[in-house]
Design a protein around this ligand. Structure first.
Ligand code: PEP
Length: 247
C-alpha cells in the first residue's frame, strides 16, 4: 500500500496561491508517498495544469450526487474529473455541520464519484461531546457503515478519520486514541469487505503539522493524513510529505 498525504485547502486560495504548488513540487518532485491537494473548485483546473507531468494528484472537496441538472451552485463529479481532479473529499465534518449532510447523502456522492472515475475520500469523526460521552467508536462505526457504499475497494476509496474537535484547533487525540479508532475502522472494513480492506488507506486528520507528523505516522493503521491548515504552505505540507515518506 502506498501511503497518502492529502491536503484540503478548504475555502482558501486564489491563483497566486499556486506558487505554493510550484514550491512543493520543486522540493518534493518524487516522494515515496502519494501527494494529493484538494483546492477550492475555482482552482482545480489551474492547479491540475500547474501539476501536469508531476506526481501531484488533484482533488475536489465535494460533489453533487447527481450527474447533471438544475442544481445551482453545485458541481458534479464528472465536472471535477473534467477539470483535472482524480479524487474528491466527501462527508467532511464541515459539510456535515454547515450543510446538514448525512450518511445517506455522502454514500450517494461516493457512488457518483466512482461513476465519474474519482477516488472517494470519505470522512468520519466524532464531536468532542461524543468522545466525552464514550460514543466515539459507535459514531465513527455508524458513519462508516452509512457513508461507504457497497463496492468500495482499495482503489476507489480512502477513509479519513477526523475527530471534529481536532480540526483546526491545534488539539489532537493521544496516539493510543488514534490507534484505537484506526484499528476499529480496519476491523469494520475487514468484516464488510474482506481482504480488500487491508489495502484501503486510513488517513488521520485533525491538526496534523510538521511537529507531530512523525509520531502520528508511526501509529499502526495510519496510512497517511488529511491535512487542512498545514497544507496551505509548501514548507509545512512538504515536511509532512517527507515524514510520511520516511514512515
Ligand atoms: C481538515 O479540515 O480536514 C483538517 C484536518 O484540518 P486541520 O489540519 O487544519 O485540522
Amino acid at each position: 500500500m502506498r501511503k497518502l498525504a492529502a491536503g484540503n485547502w478548504k475555502m482558501n486560495g486564489v491563483a497566486a496561491s499556486l506558487a505554493e504548488v510550484k514550491a512543493l513540487l520543486a522540493a518534493h518532485p518524487d516522494p515515496v508517498c502519494e501527494m494529493l491537494l484538494c483546492p477550492p473548485a475555482t482552482l482545480i483546473a489551474q492547479m491540475a495544469w500547474a501539476a501536469k507531468g508531476s506526481v501531484l494528484k488533484i482533488g475536489g472537496q465535494d460533489c453533487h450526487p447527481k450527474a447533471a441538472g438544475a442544481h445551482t451552485g453545485d458541481i458534479s463529479a464528472a465536472m471535477l474529473a473534467d477539470a483535472g481532479a482524480g479524487h474528491v473529499i466527501l462527508g467532511h465534518s464541515e459539510r456535515r455541520a454547515d450543510h446538514g449532510e448525512g450518511d445517506a447523502l455522502v454514500q450517494a456522492k461516493a457512488q457518483a464519484a466512482w461513476a465519474a472515475g474519482l477516488v472517494a475520500v470519505i470522512c468520519v469523526g466524532e464531536t468532542e461531546a461524543q468522545r466525552d460521552g464514550g460514543q466515539t467508536l459507535a459514531v465513527v462505526g455508524g458513519q462508516l457503515a452509512g457513508s461507504v457504499p457497497d463496492g468500495a475497494t482499495a482503489a476507489n476509496t480512502v477513509i479519513a478519520y477526523e475527530p471534529v474537535w481536532a480540526i483546526g484547533t491545534g488539539r489532537t487525540p493521544t496516539l493510543a486514541e488514534i490507534a484505537e479508532v484506526h484499528g476499529f475502522l480496519r476491523a469494520q472494513l475487514t468484516a464488510r469487505f474482506g481482504a480488500e480492506a487491508a489495502g484501503m488507506r486510513l488517513l488521520y486528520g485533525g491538526s496534523v503539522k510538521p511537529s507531530n507528523a512523525v509520531e502520528i505516522f508511526a501509529v499502526p493503521d495510519v496510512d497517511g493524513a488529511l491535512v487542512g491548515g498545514a497544507s496551505l504552505k509548501a514548507a509545512d505540507f512538504g515536511a509532512i510529505v517527507a515524514a510520511l515518506s520516511a514512515a
